[in-house]
Design a protein around this ligand. Structure first.
Ligand SMILES: [Zn+2]
Length: 97
């Protein structure tokens, strides 16, 4: 089964996510690669929604048997989260004005 590593705040707002297939790579390797990827991105070390700096990684199994099965669902969820993030930013900006 495909597994998912999430980078979360205590309220479970997800900063980043990375799926992996344990038949192809270890959990340690998947987490290491995710940390390397995040280190290269210009992301803040806090939650953009609640502001928490207590971020952690969580590794859980998904309902997907293969990456091919998981990928389209995860991509659709990513688009939904990007859209939601843009709404949150607009609301925050409106509240400051
Ligand atoms: Zn949060």
């Amino acid at each position: 089964m495909v597994r998912l590593i999430q980078y979360l705040c205590p309220q479970r707002h997800c900063i980043a996510v990375a799926p992996y297939d344990p038949a192809r790579t270890s959990a340690e390797n998947a987490l290491s690669k995710m940390k390397e990827m995040l280190a290269k991105l210009p992301i803040n070390p806090w939650c953009g929604i609640c502001g928490s700096r207590s971020l952690h990684y969580e590794d859980r199994v998904t309902i997907f048997k293969t990456m091919d099965e998981a990928f389209p669902v995860l991509m659709a969820e990513q688009q939904r989260q990007i859209h939601n993030g843009q709404i949150v930013k607009r609301i925050a900006k409106a509240e400051m004005n």
